[in-house]
Design a protein around this ligand. Sequence first.
Ligand code: ZN
Length: 195
Amino acid sequence: MQNDSQFARHSWYICGVIDDADPVAGASSATSPSPEYQRIVEENRRFGAVFDRSALTAAPVRGLAVLTCMDARILVEDALGLRVGDAHIIRNAGGLATGDAIRSLVVSQQLLGTQEILVIGHTGCGLHEVDEAGLRLRLAEATGHETSLSFGAFADLDAMVAEQVRKIRAHPAILDVPVHGLVYEVETGHLRELA
Ligand SMILES: [Zn+2]
């Protein structure tokens, strides 16, 4: 927990620096908005102008919760044939069943009624065969703060996904529902079911 605190303090420190530049207007005014940020704001204006999904309920229509990696190549909705409102999609680096992913799954089940879980790893994951110690060293050099934060690097993709499935099934706060392990191939777009 101490390490989490160190990391949190560092995050706070970054925010503090930004906020100090303009404590009234907050982080976004510390530097002029990037072209990408400006594009996003403009896109959202267009999105809001034609928005027609206000009747959706918070409970996912298909009763599904998906845990997967944050990798930008995985468009979960397209890959699984889902539409907005269909499923909870919980993402983090690696698609790991971390404490916070479990928390989200519990909320998904207890408050919003989902009854099936997919855990999806993928080929070409940034955490595959990453050197944890090297990454910690790089982080320390970049930030000036030592950390023993665990990043969840793994050597065997299928084994990693199977382990997340096992963790979810075994967690006492998770309901006894189907939990499927799958691998998404970023090269082909295909999902492979784990045995
Ligand atoms: Zn990944």
